[in-house]
Design a protein around this ligand. Structure first.
Ligand code: SF4
Length: 213
């Protein structure tokens, strides 16, 4: 279903895409999940190896199912019954995948990707390894600048993720980050992608509705 966006949001999306392009990151807007799937089928060759980073957005939009059921060599870290060792093997093999799919914790209107990771497997593959990285982001991920990006992670993304992962961290009960020193802390690697050497290696698809958190 197409989400009804206000004109200000449309301007913010256009500004974000313009600034991503200035940083050698390809930006694209799609209206909904159907357009998203069509674009991914166009960009991901059949038979190629695909890996994913942890992302509610990819589950919500049906992309994980698309990869499972499609003609891809999908490194499925969500496979039921997967062992810890098998998962770690997938993390390492993800670096040589043809395509790495993920979302982002925040996407700035100034054209940067801001991410905070627990074990670094997602941000590492975003930075280097896979031939192409496709980032899928709902409009709720768009923030004005890096300052707002950090705020978004501390007040929204990380506490909700810690809750989903059933971590014993203070943010789960407080609802905001207190920069804990918990053994369960999920915020260990803070990565800002400001620009790409290889033009178009990272592609950002903004879907015209809120997705993930
Ligand atoms: S640093 Fe700790 S308190 Fe802050 S969001 Fe991460 S896990 Fe929660």
């Amino acid at each position: 279903m197409v989400y009804d966006m206000n004109p200000q949001m449309k301007e913010r999306i256009e500004r974000t895409i313009r600034n991503l392009e200035k940083h050698n990151i390809h930006g694209l807007f799609v209206a909904d999940e159907n357009e998203l799937r069509m674009k991914l089928q166009e960009w991901i060759p059949e038979g190629s190896t695909v890996a994913v980073g942890d992302s509610m957005t990819l589950s919500e939009t049906g992309i994980i199912e698309m990869l499972r059921n499609g003609n891809y060599h999908f490194l499925d870290k969500y496979r039921p019954g997967i062992t810890r060792a098998e998962k770690q093997d997938i993390y390492r093999r993800s670096f040589s995948a043809d395509t790495f799919l993920c979302s982002t914790n925040a996407l700035t209107e100034t054209g940067e990707l801001y991410n905070v990771d627990g074990n670094g497997s997602r941000v590492a593959a975003m930075i280097y390894g896979p031939d192409q990285v496709i980032v899928v982001a709902g409009i709720n991920k768009i923030v004005k600048n890096l300052e707002e990006a950090e705020e978004r992670v501390r007040k929204t993304a990380a506490p909700l993720d810690a809750k989903r992962l059933q971590k014993k961290t203070p943010c789960v009960s407080l609802g905001y980050c207190v920069d804990c020193q918990s053994d369960d802390r999920i915020c260990n690697d803070v990565v800002i992608i400001k620009r790409q050497f290889v033009k178009g290696r990272i592609k950002v698809i903004i879907v015209g509705k809120p997705l993930g958190y």
